[in-house]
Structures are given as structure tokens and as C-alpha cells.
Design a binder for this molecule. Structure first.
Ligand code: SF4
Ligand code: SF4
Ligand code: SF4
Length: 324
């Protein structure tokens, strides 16, 4: 059991149900409970009865905008529930011309942050059987009794570093805004990595990336990875071998990271999807930090108009690379 706010869920269900019944949308992308109480997975609701499964709890981390790429092939008008990160992912897809604005209705859900099951287990020191949330506190239930934790302590890493919990684009805002957040030390771990020698940094990434299975879950979850054919699957030229090789792992991550320069919305979905916990956000944030330092502050996905720095040219752009 992981319900957070039944009133909020009722409000969301009432609005989307009206739109689905009235034909304003022919599919709703939302969340439903997964196999475990601490999992909420995407819900594809085409009929009113599907909406009985709709959920809105502290485990709705999956970014739904990415699913538009497939669903817009079969549906004329799709409704999507968007948290802050889903809405920025939508802007990213819009800017890449991968979706059409008029085919999508965005229902904005200001987001209090999602909880990390591993942190809940760690804090409970036993297997949790459910949680109850009240006034910023989380009561964790285990077979041995209850333990109460501050909600902030149990947030996913991506949510602790989230600057924009409120949707930045929507047609209808369904809940009360949370407000822009101040996140201290967003780049602290990056600065620590930067302070290492080249050899130490190489050893760090060699160790981390040696675990990569090349399952490509990170790519599948990512809103900037929207190419119709990814370089890893191209046969001619073949950029990426199929066999497990540490050098091939490096190749995959370096090319993918460079494809994301100025386009990564820092949503953390790649890292959340990774089955072997590779700290992909450190790669992404290093590039965000570099872009900010070289080209001025830029946050991808905040709007659809501002061009990413590497897609524009200014006479005073740093040109150290070409000058060498
Ligand atoms: S990254 Fe931000 S908007 Fe997305 S789930 Fe976390 S707190 Fe919510
Ligand atoms: S999700 Fe993790 S294991 Fe899979 S390809 Fe990406 S980094 Fe490698
Ligand atoms: S690279 Fe990761 S953090 Fe960046 S947009 Fe893709 S999924 Fe989000």
C-alpha cells in the first residue's frame, strides 16, 4: 500500500475520464500499480474502465513523455500526465520535431518528488510491506513494526537534484504548484571527479562502465534518445560491436553522452532505468556543467524556443578546439 493523496487521485481521474469519454483524447498515458507495491508503471488507458487502475503515488517516477513516440503512431490525440521532468522531456521531443503539439493534451502534475525503494529498505533495516505518508513524514511498515522517516531523506537521487518539479508546459494544471527549488551543490560530485588525475578518473569510469550490460535501458528511457535508428544498431557503418568488450562500453557511453550535450534535461531516467546502478548522471551533469561554463547558463527542455548552445553559432563562442 503506497497511496499518498486520494483526493489528488480523484481529481486527476475525474478530469481525464471526462476527456476520454468526451473524445477530447483517445488515449491517456498515466501510471498504474506494478507487481510490487513500490512500483508504479505506465498505464495506457483507452477506455473509461482502464482508468480504475490509474494511480498517483510516490513511485510514479517513469517519465511518460518518452512513450508518445510509439503511441502517436496509433492514436490521433493522446493525453499525458506530466510532472516537471515529463514536461521538459515533452519540450525536448517537440524541439526535435518528434511529436506534434496539437496531437497531445498535457495534464500538469506538480511533483513532490518520488521515493527510492532501496533507501526505504535501508532506512527500515527490514523488508518493508508498505508505507503511509503524512505531513512530510513516511511511516514504513515492516513485520517487526513501524519506522518513521522524513520524506526528504527517502527521495530518489534524481528528485533531490530536481530544479523544476512543476510542469513547465501544460494545457491544464491539476494540482497546486510546488515552486522552483534551490538545489545546493548540484555539481559537487562532478567537482570531486574533476579534481582527480586523468589516470584516477579513467580508472573510476573503467570500473563503473565495466558493469554495463549494454541492455540499452538507459537509451530507451531517455527523452533525447529519439533517433529512429540508433548508432548502436547501425550495420553500415558499424559503430558498435555486439560482443562484450570494455572498449565497446566506453564507445557507447561516450557517443551517447556527446549526443546529449545541451540536450540532456537532467531527468535522471537513464540512471533510474540502469539495472546495474551505473552513475550515468555524473556523465550527464559534467556535460551540463561544461556547457554552462563555456556558453552561459542553459537548461534543456525549459521551453521549446531557446536553441541548445551547440545548435547555434555566435562569433564569440569558445573555439579552443578548432584553434589547436
Ligand atoms: S525529477 Fe523532479 S519532476 Fe521528476 S519525479 Fe523527480 S522531483 Fe518530480
Ligand atoms: S542501462 Fe545500464 S547496463 Fe544497460 S546499457 Fe545503459 S548503462 Fe549499460
Ligand atoms: S541522458 Fe538521462 S538525464 Fe539526460 S535526458 Fe536522457 S534520461 Fe534524462
Amino acid at each position: 500500500m503506497a497511496e499518498r493523496n486520494v483526493d489528488e487521485l480523484k481529481k486527476i481521474r475525474d478530469v481525464v475520464s471526462q476527456d476520454l469519454l468526451g473524445g477530447r483524447i483517445d488515449l491517456l498515458l498515466g501510471w498504474e500499480k506494478g507487481h510490487y507495491w513500490w512500483q508504479s508503471r505506465p498505464l495506457f488507458a483507452a477506455r473509461e474502465e482502464d482508468l480504475e487502475k490509474l494511480t498517483w503515488d510516490s513511485f510514479c517516477a517513469v517519465n511518460l513523455s518518452r512513450y508518445l513516440l510509439e503511441e502517436l503512431k496509433d492514436h490521433q490525440k493522446v493525453g499525458v500526465l506530466v510532472k516537471g521532468c515529463d514536461s521538459r522531456a515533452f519540450n525536448r521531443l517537440l524541439q526535435d520535431n518528434m511529436v506534434k503539439r496539437e496531437q497531445v493534451i498535457l495534464y500538469g502534475l506538480p511533483c513532490p518528488g518520488m521515493l527510492d525503494y532501496k533507501l526505504i529498505v535501508h532506512y527500515a533495516e527490514a523488508e518493508p510491506v508498505g508505507i503511509v505518508e503524512q505531513n512530510g513524514q513516511v511511516v514504513i511498515k515492516t513485520a517487526a513494526g513501524e519506522k518513521t522517516a522524513d520524506r526528504q531523506q527517502l527521495l530518489m537521487e534524481k528528485c533531490r537534484g530536481c530544479l523544476y518539479p512543476d510542469p513547465v508546459v501544460y494545457d491544464q494544471l491539476l494540482l497546486e504548484p510546488q515552486g522552483v527549488k534551490e538545489v545546493e551543490e548540484r555539481f559537487k560530485s562532478i567537482e570531486e571527479l574533476e579534481s582527480l588525475s586523468d589516470e584516477e578518473r579513467y580508472a573510476y569510469w573503467e570500473k563503473e562502465l565495466s558493469r554495463c550490460l549494454r541492455c540499452y535501458a538507459c537509451r530507451q528511457a531517455c527523452p533525447y534518445c529519439s533517433c529512429r535508428e540508433c548508432f548502436v544498431e547501425q550495420e553500415n557503418p558499424r559503430w558498435q560491436g555486439r560482443a562484450y568488450q570494455p572498449s565497446e562500453n566506453f564507445m557507447f557511453h561516450l557517443i551517447r553522452a556527446y549526443h546529449g550535450v545541451g540536450r540532456c534535461i537532467d531527468c535522471g531516467e537513464c540512471q533510474r532505468a540502469c539495472p546495474v546502478d551505473i552513475p550515468l548522471q555524473e556523465l550527464n551533469r559534467k556535460l551540463i556543467k561544461d556547457i554552462n561554463e563555456l556558453y552561459g547558463h542553459y537548461e534543456a527542455g525549459l521551453d521549446n524556443e531557446t536553441e541548445p548552445p551547440l545548435l547555434t553559432y555566435r562569433p564569440d563562442d569558445p573555439a579552443a578546439f578548432s584553434e589547436k
